[in-house]
Design a protein around this ligand. Structure first.
Ligand code: GLN
Length: 477
C-alpha cells in the first residue's frame, strides 16, 4: 500500500515501529499532490520545503520517544486558516498575496503535536458556497467523478483526503462546509460544538456559527485530530472550559440501548429517493446494533434556511468590512480625500469591486440591507428569534433521545454548473444548517453509494457530545 493511503492510526503505528519515516510519508503525499493536483485543483499552495523540514524534526521526536499520535502525520489546511509565513487567500483575489503573520490556534496546536503541514486547500471564496465553484482560483473536482463538484465550501479539503493527498485535512463549518463536501467525496467530516475549538486565526465568515474541524478517512482519525485541536483559548472567548474527553475510548463503546431520533422533516419531498434509502439502511443497521430508533419532529427546522440566509449575510457584511484595500491592498494606496480618482472612496471601490467575487458581493448587499435601520427588526431580529426556537426545539428533542440521524445532503454530488441559481445552491445545505444555528456537534459519515457516488448521513448530538456522534458514526462506517 502506498504510504499516503494510510489512515492516521496506521501511519502512527508504522512510524512508531520504524517501518518508515515521516519524511518518506510526507514525500509520498507530496508526490501524489504533484501527480494529480493539476487535474483536481484541491490544493492552492504546497509547502514542500517546510513540510520536509517539519517531517525531519518529527522523525527525531519519534526516535526520542516523545511523539504524539499526530507527530509526523502530513495534513492540509483549508486556505482560510492563517499559517505563519504561508499564503492564506480564503480563495479570494483580495487576499491573493496575503502571507499570514501568525498561526491560527488550531494550526499552532497541530504544530505542537508534531503534525506536518503540506499546504493549503481550495474553497469557495470566504467559505461562501457548497461546490468550490465560487473559488477565485477555479473549482476543485470530485475525485470520484471529475465532472462533478466535491461539495463545499471545504471542497479542496474533502477532495484532498478522498484522493489520498494527505492523511487528514482541516475544514471549517459555518452551515455545513465540513459535512457537505465530506458527504460528496465519501470521507468523514466532523463539525464540533460551537466553542469546542478556537476560531482564532481563521478568516471570519459568520462568527456566531463558524467552527474548525477535521476531515478524515475514518471516524477514529477524526477522534484523534479533534482531541488535539479542542480546548479553551484565551484568544477566542467563545471557547468553553469543558473537559475534552478521550474520544477514542468513547467511540469503542457499543450503542446498545441508545435512543436515536429520526426527524421526519429531514426525509422530504424532492430528495433523491436512492439517497434516502441508503440513510434508512444505516438507521436499520443501528437498530440491529441495539439502538432504539425513535420518530421525532423538529417542525421549526424548516425555517433554518431563511434564518441562516439572514444571519449569515449580516455577519458576513460586517466581517468583510475589514477588507478595505488598505491593510490588504490590491491597488496602490490612495492619495487624499474626496471621492474622485485616487481618493480613499475610490480606493475602497476599486479594491472591493475587483477583489470580491459575485457571491461575496451578494452577501454584503443582503447583509447590509438586513442590518440597516428600518429593516433590522423585520429581518435580523426576527431571524434571531426563530433561531432561538430552533435551539429550544433541539433541546427538547435531546431530553428524549441521545442523538439524531438525518441525511447530510438531499442528493449526490451534482455536476459543474448545475446549480447556477444561488437559491438552488442554498438548498444544498437544507439538512446541515439547523445544527449550525444551534451550535451542536454533527458528523457526516459515508453510508453507501448511489450511481457510484458517495452518500453521507449526519449524526447530530447534544452540545459537547462529539464522542457520542462519533461513536454512532463509527458503527455505520
Ligand atoms: N454553504 C453554506 C453557505 O454558503 C455553508 C458554508 C459554510 O459552512 N462555510 O453559507
Amino acid at each position: 500500500m502506498n504510504l499516503n493511503c494510510l489512515t492516521i492510526k496506521q501511519a502512527h503505528e508504522g512510524l512508531q515501529k520504524g517501518e518508515f519515516t515521516s519524511v518518506e510519508l510526507t514525500e509520498a503525499c507530496l508526490a501524489e499532490i504533484k501527480k494529480r493536483n493539476s487535474e483536481l485543483n484541491a490544493v492552492l499552495t504546497v509547502c514542500e520545503e517546510e513540510a520536509l523540514a517539519e517531517a525531519g524534526i518529527a522523525d527525531k521526536r519519534i526516535k526520542s520517544g516523545t511523539a504524539t499520535e499526530l507527530t509526523g502525520i502530513p495534513y492540509l489546511a483549508k486556505d482560510n486558516y492563517l499559517t505563519r509565513g504561508v499564503r492564506a487567500t480564503a480563495a479570494s483575489k483580495i487576499l491573493e498575496n496575503y502571507i499570514a503573520p501568525f498561526d491560527a490556534t488550531v494550526i499552532k496546536k497541530l504544530r505542537e503535536a508534531g503534525a506536518v503541514l503540506l499546504g493549503k486547500t481550495n474553497l469557495d471564496e470566504f467559505a461562501h458556497g457548497s461546490s468550490t465553484e465560487n473559488s477565485a482560483f477555479g473549482p476543485t473536482k470530485n475525485p470520484n467523478d471529475l465532472t462533478r463538484v466535491p461539495g463545499g465550501s471545504s471542497g479542496g479539503s474533502a477532495a484532498a483526503v478522498a484522493a489520498n493527498f494527505c492523511l487528514f485535512s482541516l475544514g471549517s463549518d459555518t452551515g455545513g462546509s465540513i459535512r457537505h463536501p465530506a458527504a460528496f467525496c465519501g470521507v468523514v467530516g466532523l463539525k464540533p460544538t460551537y466553542g469546542r475549538a478556537s476560531r482564532f486565526g481563521i478568516v471570519a465568515m459568520t462568527s456566531s456559527t463558524d467552527v474548525p474541524g477535521p476531515i478524515t478517512k475514518t471516524v477514529e482519525d477524526a477522534a484523534i485530530v479533534q482531541k488535539i485541536i479542542s480546548g479553551q483559548d484565551q484568544n477566542d472567548f467563545t471557547t468553553a472550559d469543558i473537559l475534552v474527553p478521550d474520544y477514542q475510548a468513547e467511540i469503542k463503546d457499543n450503542i446498545k440501548g441508545l435512543k436515536i431520533g429520526v426527524p421526519h422533516e429531514f426525509f422530504r419531498e424532492g430528495m433523491n429517493k436512492e439517497v434516502e434509502k441508503k440513510v434508512k439502511e444505516a438507521i436499520e443497521f443501528l437498530k440491529k446494533q441495539g439502538a432504539e430508533i425513535v420518530d421525532i419532529s423538529l417542525p421549526h427546522t424548516k425555517y433554518a434556511l431563511p434564518v441562516y440566509y439572514i444571519i449569515t449575510p449580516s455577519e458576513v457584511s460586517s466581517n468583510l468590512g475589514r477588507f478595505d484595500g488598505i491593510r490588504y491592498p490590491l491597488t496602490p494606496n490612495p492619495s487624499p480625500a474626496g471621492a474622485g480618482e485616487g481618493s480613499l472612496i475610490d480606493l475602497y471601490k476599486k479594491n472591493r469591486g475587483k477583489g470580491f467575487g459575485a457571491e461575496a458581493k451578494r452577501r454584503i448587499m443582503l447583509g447590509t440591507y438586513a442590518l440597516s435601520a428600518g429593516y433590522y427588526d423585520a429581518y435580523y431580529l426576527q431571524a434571531q428569534k426563530v433561531r432561538t426556537i430552533i435551539i429550544d426545539e433541539f433541546e427538547a428533542a435531546f431530553k428524549e433521545v441521545d442523538a439524531i440521524i438525518t441525511p447530510t445532503t438531499p442528493d449526490i454530488a451534482f455536476k459543474f454548473g448545475e446549480n447556477k441559481d444561488p437559491l438552488k445552491m442554498y438548498l444544498e445545505d437544507i439538512f446541515t444548517l439547523s445544527p449550525s444555528l444551534a451550535g451542536l456537534p454533527a458528523i457526516s459519515v459515508p453510508c453507501g453509494t448511489v450511481d457510484k457516488m458517495p452518500v453521507g448521513c449526519q449524526i447530530i448530538g447534544r452540545k459537547f457530545a462529539e464522542g457520542m456522534v462519533m461513536k454512532i458514526a463509527d458503527k455505520i462506517l
